[in-house]
Design a binder for this molecule. Structure first.
Ligand SMILES: Nc1ncnc2c1ncn2[C@@H]1O[C@H](COP(=O)(O)OP(=O)(O)OP(=O)(O)O)[C@@H](O)[C@H]1O
Length: 231
């Protein structure tokens, strides 16, 4: 089965677990939104999947193989890409040079650019000269050029106006349609639910609404509010 699976995962930081008992299944081509209030443990969870920090309980597997003991590099080679919070670009490099870091060849850059037409005209600009939204496109293009199977995205909208982020969302959707499983952590909950196939809510270090159709939460503000409150 081609899927990234978290089963009963807990992640500890310092004194004890910041998030526990999380089950997530992410299939290729699917967008799963992981939403919840600040401090709920979303970033910690993504970090435990890509191997930035270890998980303390449960199991994480891809395509049926446990990756619990794998290093960050092994997970990345197996196809897990992680866009961490903040604009992780190299500002003094051009857009082409940034994408080349993962694409490795000019053909790979061209292939990535086909999904990011907005970047084509800026390809030889220094990335620092781009707008915040364009810089996030570069971050996405670089992740896409690494040909991930699973892409973890942590709050790409930070520092962006919703209207700017709304230009990025269809690109994330297109990446998923190309066969990548996307686990999306996003502060603009409704925008994330709008492109997600499935969603779960975490609150107070627990899953307060288990993974299910994103439309259930999108259409029912009371259900979403209750889940955010953690009850
Ligand atoms: N490096 C760290 N060391 C110790 N505790 C941390 C560390 N990073 C986060 N925490 C704590 O872990 C808990 C979960 O934080 P985390 O950033 O994972 O949540 P989040 O849901 O992503 O929140 P936000 O939306 O604000 O980023 C918080 O109580 C936070 O204070």
């Amino acid at each position: 089965m081609s899927e990234l699976r978290l089963s009963g995962v807990a992640v500890s930081r310092g004194a004890g677990p910041v998030i526990s008992d999380v089950d997530v299944t992410l299939q290729k081509g699917q967008v799963v939104a992981l939403v919840g209030p600040n401090g709920a443990g979303k970033t910690s969870l993504l970090e435990s999947v890509s191997g930035v920090i270890p998980h303390s309980r449960g199991d994480i597997s891809i395509d049926g193989d446990s990756i619990a003991k794998w290093s960050r590099v092994q997970r990345s080679r197996a196809g897990i890409a992680h866009i961490e919070q903040g604009r992780a670009i190299f500002p003094s490099l051009t857009v082409r040079e940034n994408i080349m870091l993962t694409a490795k060849s000019e053909a790979g850059v061209q292939e990535a650019l086909a999904s990011f037409p907005e970047l084509e005209k800026r390809i030889d600009s220094q990335t620092v000269l781009l707008s915040g939204g364009e810089q996030q496109m570069v971050v996405l293009a670089r992740a896409f050029a690494s040909k991930p199977k699973y892409l973890l995205i942590d709050e790409m909208s930070l520092g962006l106006a919703p209207v700017v982020f709304m230009r990025i969302l269809p690109v994330i959707q297109k990446i998923a349609e190309s066969g990548v499983g996307v686990l999306l952590v996003e502060q603009f909950t409704h925008l994330a639910l709008g492109i997600a196939d499935e969603a779960l809510v975490v609150s107070g270090g627990r899953v307060s609404h288990p993974q299910g159709p994103a439309s259930d939460l999108e259409k029912d503000p009371e259900l979403l509010r209750t889940a955010y409150l953690g009850s």
